[in-house]
Design a protein around this ligand. Structure first.
Ligand SMILES: Nc1ncnc2c1ncn2[C@@H]1O[C@H](COP(=O)(O)OP(=O)(O)OP(=O)(O)O)[C@@H](O)[C@H]1O
Length: 352
């Protein structure tokens, strides 16, 4: 059984302009200890998916349907008390902005100790020791002295490290990280992501990493889901996604990464923008932006398909893509060519 299995999740927002379908019949799974990337442009539904996992969608949003199974327990069926037990304990979450996760009036160390005491049966002294150990482990120099600092005495990078320490303090099975390093400079980002990877290994924590940056995913993730307009349009191992992307949208996303070979028919930037989610285009929602779109793409919504076999994909399929090419309904085909140079740095162990 997968650690997390999301089945047919649909989340809508009831706005004055109409009903926004932010997550549309989405299914995916994450294995224990796996690092799973979720990528896509702004508005794809990545954050809404993440918030749904802990039932943190607020009005005017609503989880309409689906199942979110954690070790077989449906989080959507749990009582409020039960879901609170899951939050921060079995599933922890970190966001882009570390400041919102830290309370300015308590010291960093006290906040981590408090999280530990709240979830684990530790004495004050044990919680303090564990908090110092964790601060040290996430790379805070002189952790014992910094324990008593307030959040504003930490740099942005150190604040995010502290948030990671707090998230890992209760040894969660799954850490959901929503753009955790976007607010930081590139060097700090690289360091923190490398540490996050080490810590996830050490704690055997699965990670759902949300980012708009395919380069980050390549370095860190085992598998990747590409989202567009609330749907999964492609799912593959990070390596397959880089060397052999199956969906034109994935190819478009990758065109901004210079390390992919030059002799490829690049889309450069993807013209246009994410559709309005109140009235998404008919057929394939990517068709207005797709250089390979044909009449059929305007009419027929592609099913998630196994590209090699043309069979309907399931949550357990190793690869899937949502394009009529794989159901044999596209006449012209997809004539892009992905060539990775010998010296190109596609996914490698521990590069950053
Ligand atoms: N509170 C809200 N009220 C109305 N609509 C919302 C709300 N939150 C999200 N949405 C809708 O859900 C869509 C998906 O948003 P989401 O934040 O999940 O995108 P994202 O892929 O995480 O983008 P980003 O990278 O910008 O965070 C948005 O385009 C928006 O239309």
């Amino acid at each position: 059984m997968a650690l997390l299995e999301v089945r047919d999740l649909t989340v809508t927002f009831y706005t004055a302009e109409g009903v926004v379908t932010a997550v549309d019949d989405l299914s995916y799974s994450i294995e224990a200890g796996e690092k799973f990337g979720v990528v896509g442009e702004s508005g794809a539904g990545k954050s809404v998916t993440a918030l749904s996992l802990l039932r943190l969608i607020e009005s005017p949003g609503r989880i309409e349907s689906g199942e979110i199974l954690l070790d077989g327990d449906d989080l959507l069926e749990m009582t409020e008390t039960e879901i609170q037990e899951v939050r921060g304990n079995r599933v922890a979450m970190i966001f882009q902005d570390a400041q919102t996760a830290l309370n300015p009036v308590y010291t960093v160390g006290d906040q981590i100790s408090e999280a530990i005491r709240h979830h684990l049966d530790h004495t004050d002294e044990e919680a303090r020791e564990r908090a110092i150990e964790l601060l040290d482990r996430v790379g805070i120099p002189d952790a014992e002295a910094r324990y008593s600092d307030y959040p504003h005495e930490f740099s942005g990078g150190m604040q995010q490290r502290a948030v990671i320490a707090m998230a890992l303090s209760c040894d969660p099975d799954l850490l959901v990280a929503d753009e955790p390093t976007t607010a930081l400079d590139v060097t700090t980002e690289a360091k923190i992501l490398a540490e996050l990877e080490d810590l996830a290994e050490e704690f055997d924590t699965a990670v759902q990493l949300i980012t708009h940056d395919l380069g980050v995913v390549a370095d860190l993730c085992d598998r990747v889901m590409v989202m567009y307009a609330g749907k999964s349009v492609e799912r593959a191992s990070a390596e397959d996604l880089f060397y052999d992307p199956k969906h034109p949208y994935t190819v478009g996303l990758m065109s901004s990464i210079p390390r992919i070979g030059d002799d490829r028919d690049r889309l450069q930037t993807i013209p246009g923008s994410m559709p309005d989610l109140i009235s998404t285009p008919t057929g394939c929602s990517f068709h207005p932006r797709c250089p390979y779109a044909e009449e059929a793409c305007r009419r027929t919504e592609p099913a998630l398909t196994e590209p090699e076999t043309g069979k309907p994909a399931t949550v357990g399929s190793e690869r899937s893509a949502r394009c009529l090419e794989y159901t044999g309904e596209l006449n012209g085909g997809l004539d892009y060519d992905v060539t990775v140079r010998d010296d190109a740095a596609a996914p490698t162990e521990g590069s950053q």
